[in-house]
Design a protein around this ligand. Structure first.
Ligand SMILES: Cc1cc2nc3c(=O)[nH]c(=O)nc-3n(C[C@H](O)[C@H](O)[C@H](O)COP(=O)(O)OP(=O)(O)OC[C@H]3O[C@@H](n4cnc5c(N)ncnc54)[C@H](O)[C@@H]3O)c2cc1C
Length: 412
């Protein structure tokens, strides 16, 4: 692996930078690289932060092969530039050394519900533009999935502590352990002077398989497990149902917690996996075993009963999968973890805002809900997606929220 300086020197600083074009937040890669090589690391950090306040996070956990790295022109004939490594260094350095700018406060109050990537991004953008922000979070700390889902070996928590410290120094009022939609409703906020509400409460409710055995004592849901893995007594043999990125995080965490037998049950074939290729490879290195083409049909006290799934490639290139109930496999398990996706929690979707068929917040292209002054972004709008997508849409919503707040304050 080359040093980050050598990596930066390899960058061609293309006029039409495909890396930037394929980054959901359009990170200005050539300009950052130029500043970095000219010894202007603080300026580079500031540019990154103002474009994406959580670049220290996304540079670590973005699917780079689909975004910047995957589109670097040097990758056509050789090794692409790994810009994210340069970005990681600059962004962390900037968070560690950042001086909070003098910001003229405008006295306008906004509420942000949910302190995950979307909520943190909106809070920082609002604070930088002079708004008074109160950030409501149902957990005891900020981060959302970044703190309570993604394992620490992929994302060090001290980055989140740095972001929290920056928000506090910028003047955020933080209300931890406070659920919006439960003890405080959205409509309670406006009479207290909030001019707009941004909802970014994510999709924290795990989806069920709907199988017999799902309520047994040795069966758990992936995101509950990832929140505090050491609270769980899983036994030796851990079987995970589902094979997306969340399942991979569970498997790699379980291995690190000392469970030597960790198997992932996957409905489709190896080539059809939705999880990032790198993550699958790392899981295999760690010792995780994959059982492909099986469908769980029942959970018993000591096994997951599966049937074989026949995979057929149709003449038009599409795939079809058919369960073959004559081929039954019992996969022994001391515990079973279900990782088949998440949806929004019940309290927030009963907040009175129009929902989509999937139960997500129904917003327009600017994140406006059908309730004036209530905006939303992140997974509560898109369903489970990526951190950088949550940041990208939040930035767009911020533009509209500012316009809305200006209109409101002019008419009063
Ligand atoms: C295990 C796992 C691994 C992942 N790995 C990656 C990865 O490597 N790379 C990547 O790009 N993406 C990854 N993702 C997806 C990514 O984390 C999400 O797309 C992203 O976190 C969405 O951000 P968000 O702010 O919308 O929601 P969240 O991160 O879910 O944050 C929502 C916040 O709102 C809080 N909240 C919920 N309800 C309320 C309420 N009623 N009132 C107040 N607060 C509330 C929650 O406690 C939480 O803090 C992963 C997801 C999971 C589950």
């Amino acid at each position: 692996m080359s040093s980050i300086k050598k990596e930066a020197e390899r960058c061609l600083r293309c006029k039409k930078a495909l890396c930037s074009e394929h980054c959901p937040v359009a990170t200005p890669v050539p300009q950052i690289t130029e500043l970095f090589l000219n010894g202007e690391i603080k300026k580079a950090g500031e540019l990154l932060f103002n474009n994406n306040p959580i670049s220290a996070v996304t540079s670590l956990i973005c699917p780079h092969e689909k975004n910047c790295t995957g589109h670097c022109v040097l990758g056509r004939k050789g090794a692409p530039v790994e810009f994210y490594r340069i970005e990681q260094y600059i962004s962390r350095f900037y968070l560690e050394t950042m001086e909070i700018p003098e910001i003229k406060r405008n006295g306008i109050k906004v509420a942000v519900a949910g302190a995950g990537p979307a909520g943190i991004t909106m809070t920082i953008l609002m604070l930088l533009h002079g708004y008074d922000v109160t950030l409501f979070e149902s957990e005891d700390d900020i981060g959302g999935v970044l703190r309570y889902g993604i394992p620490p070996f992929r994302l060090p928590r001290d980055l989140l502590d740095l972001l929290k410290d920056i928000m506090l120094r910028m003047g955020v009022r933080f209300r931890p352990n406070t659920r919006i939609g439960s003890n405080i409703m959205i409509e309670d906020l406006f009479p207290d002077g909030y001019k707009a509400v941004f909802v970014s409460t994510g999709t924290g409710r795990p989806r069920k398989l709907g199988l017999v055995g799902e309520t047994l004592g040795h069966v758990h849901f992936a995101i509950d497990y990832l929140k505090s893995p050491y609270s769980f007594r899983l036994g030796r043999r851990v079987v995970i149902v589902g094979a997306g990125n969340v399942a991979i995080d569970v498997a790699r965490t379980a291995i690190r917690c000392g469970h030597s037998y960790v198997k992932i049950l996957h409905y489709m074939g190896k080539d059809d996996m939705t999880a990032n290729h790198d993550e699958v490879e790392m899981a295999e290195i760690d010792g995780v075993e994959f059982i492909h083409n099986v469908q769980a049909v029942r959970i018993t006290e000591d096994a997951v009963r599966c049937v074989h799934v026949e995979r057929t490639e149709n003449p038009d290139g599409t795939l079809s999968f058919e369960e073959d109930y004559s081929q039954v496999i019992d996969v022994p398990a001391d515990s079973v973890i279900i990782a088949i996706g998440q949806g929004p929690s019940a309290d927030i979707i009963s907040a009175g805002v129009k929902l989509t068929q999937r139960g997500l917040f129904d917003v327009n292209e600017w994140g406006e809900t059908d309730r004036p002054g209530v905006f939303a972004a992140g997974d509560i709008v898109s369903g489970p997606k990526t951190v950088v997508d949550a940041v990208a849409f939040t930035k767009k919503v911020f533009v509209r929220m500012e316009e809305y707040l200006e209109e409101q304050t002019k008419t009063k």
